[in-house]
Structures are given as C-alpha cells and as structure tokens.
Design a protein around this ligand. Structure first.
Ligand SMILES: NCc1[nH]cc(CCC(=O)O)c1CC(=O)O
Length: 313
C-alpha cells in the first residue's frame, strides 16, 4: 500500500486547490506514510466565464473532466464543493465522504455599506446566482442585480474596481482563502437561505476502490453528511440538473434535523418556503416530502417557467 500514490484530480482555482490540499493533508495526517498528490486540471466551467452558468449547462461543467480522469484511471479521487456537485454520478463513481461543514452562510461584501438594508436606492449588487438574486430582490426590489462570474479573487477585484456597490459570496470560500475580513455581514438563513451543500466539501471516487474508500472514512463527518443528504434529497426531487432559484439548508439540533427549503422566481416576486423537523435517520424522506410540499404550493409552476416545459415529474 505504501508505494502506491493516491491522485487527487482538482481544478486550479485557489479555492479548489485549497480544498484539494486540505483533503491531501487530512489523509496524510490520518494515515502517516500515505502518499497523496494533486493532479491539476482545467474544466469547461473554468474556460467559459462570460456566460451565465444557467445558460451554458449548469454546475456539471465543473466536475465532468474530473470524473473522466477518475474513470480513465488518471486520478483516484476528486474533491468538490458540495454545492457544485450534480444530483447523479456516472456509472462506477460516487460520493463516499463528506467533510465537516465550514460556515454555510452567504456573505455580504462591500467597501462602502454594512448590510443589504444600508444600500442606497437602486444600488448595484453582483451575483450570478438566481437563488441569491431572488432573495435579495424579495427584500429590496429596487436593487439592480448584475451578473458576476469568475473565481473568488476575480469577483473581489471587480467589486474593488467599482463595478458594484456590493457582491454576495459564500462565507466558506472567503474564510478558506483567508479573506474573512472582507465579510461585512454574514446573511442569516432567514435572509438568504443557503444553497444545497453550501460550505461542505465532498469526496468522489471509483466505487470499486475499496482501499481508498476505507482510508477516506477518517475524513467523514456524520453530522454534515446527514444535513447534506436531506438537502440533496429535496433538490433531487425538485431539480432536473439546471440552475434554478432553490435554497435548501439543514441543521442538527441534538438528534433532531431541521430542514428548510425555498423555491423562488428569479425576480423575487414569488417565494415558496417550507420546513421539516424530524429524526436524523429520516433525512432523505424529509427532503422528499418537503420538495413535494413546495411543488404543491406553487414551486411546480415556478420551475416549469424556469425549465421552459421540462417540469419535474
Ligand atoms: N458556485 C461557486 C462556488 N462553489 C463553492 C463556493 C464556495 C464554497 C462553498 O460553498 O463550499 C463557490 C463560490 C461562491 O458561491 O461564492
């Protein structure tokens, strides 16, 4: 085992590299003597930067190349932001480990204003997330939402260049990159319900690689895994793989799981919300039943409009 090298396929953005190095370090700490190296790669999502993600094929763009590398045995594992991982996996691959969650909240970042409410009338806010746009506009219909793509550093650079009065980013990404001081206000879930899996890092590998799967168990965080399972079950029941304004966020209170869900229209004029509380071994069922309640309460029509004729079953 010790002469074998485990290869982590990774994107080359600073955040992706941070996450891959984090898993590399944790694996080597948990298993002294283990050899783990990074295999940096370029994905379509890194190349196409000028078009809103929803228009070019969604989140899967960031993971396809990494998955191909594992299937072709050019790499053994991939580290993902759980937020970017589509609901299903290619034959032979699967998610085997979920690490402890970082701050799951959205962060308000601005050089001039302390909060959403402090923004002047008609202020320009940068985000390309329909979920963030929906919740911002619901609270402040006067705000002008402008597209914002690129990695975390690029986005902060555009804010600093004066293109926006404020931008919204995941708190987790900023904290991991040592940029926590840029967070002016961490938005509570009541103001901006996070995306499914936000703040959590997951590890994908070949399902027949029993040796690696066993080694990875040391990195698994059971509580985070339960929360993300509930969130993803809700998303799976709602989604068809496209990008839509969906929030899904679970926390554990002792052994009680609390899951909140949101489906909204991109302009914030409609927002369907719901919640479930239950035991942690009901995570999946809670996600599915919350999704069905949201669909019945109007989410079906909203999603139908966004998908343009491809409603969930
Ligand atoms: N969509 C890109 C993406 N994927 C994961 C994170 C942040 C880290 C995380 O949520 O784990 C980000 C940046 C952002 O949304 O600001």
């Amino acid at each position: 085992m010790l002469d074998k090298i485990f290869r982590i396929a990774t994107r080359q953005s600073p955040l992706a590299l941070w996450q891959a190095q984090y898993v590399q370090q944790r694996l080597m700490t948990a298993h002294p003597g283990l050899r783990v190296e990074l295999v940096p790669m370029v994905t379509k999502g890194d190349v196409i930067l000028d078009t809103p993600l929803a228009k070019v094929g969604g989140k899967g763009l960031f993971v396809k190349e990494l998955e191909l590398a594992m299937l072709e045995n050019r790499a053994d594992l991939a580290v993902h932001s759980m937020k970017d991982v589509p609901v299903d996996f290619p034959e032979g691959l699967g998610l085997v480990t979920i690490c402890e969650r970082e701050d799951p909240r959205d962060a308000f970042v601005s050089n001039h204003y302390d909060s959403i409410d402090a923004l002047p009338q008609g202020a320009v806010v940068g985000t390309s997330s329909l979920r963030r746009q929906c919740q911002l506009s619901a609270r402040r219909p006067d705000l002008v939402i402008r597209s914002l793509r690129g990695n975390v550093g690029t986005r902060l650079g555009k804010l600093d260049a004066g293109e926006y009065d404020a931008i919204i980013l995941a708190a987790a990404g900023l904290k991991r990159l040592g940029l926590e001081e840029r967070i002016r206000f961490a938005l509570p879930a009541e103001i901006s319900l996070p995306a499914v899996g936000q703040g959590a890092v997951g590890i994908e590998c070949r399902l027949d690689d029993a040796e690696l799967i066993a080694l990875l168990q040391a990195l698994n965080d059971g509580d985070t895994a339960v929360c993300v399972r509930a969130e993803r079950a809700m998303n799976t029941r709602l989604e068809g793989g496209c990008q839509v304004p969906i929030g899904s966020f679970a926390v554990l209170e002792g052994d009680q799981l609390w899951l909140r869900g949101l489906v909204g229209s991109p302009d914030g004029s409609q927002m369907i919300t719901g919640e479930r509380r239950g035991s942690r071994d009901q995570a999946e069922q809670m996600g599915i039943s919350l999704a069905e309640e949201l669909l019945e309460n109007g989410a079906r029509e909203i999603l139908r409009e966004v998908y343009q004729g491809q409603p969930p079953a």
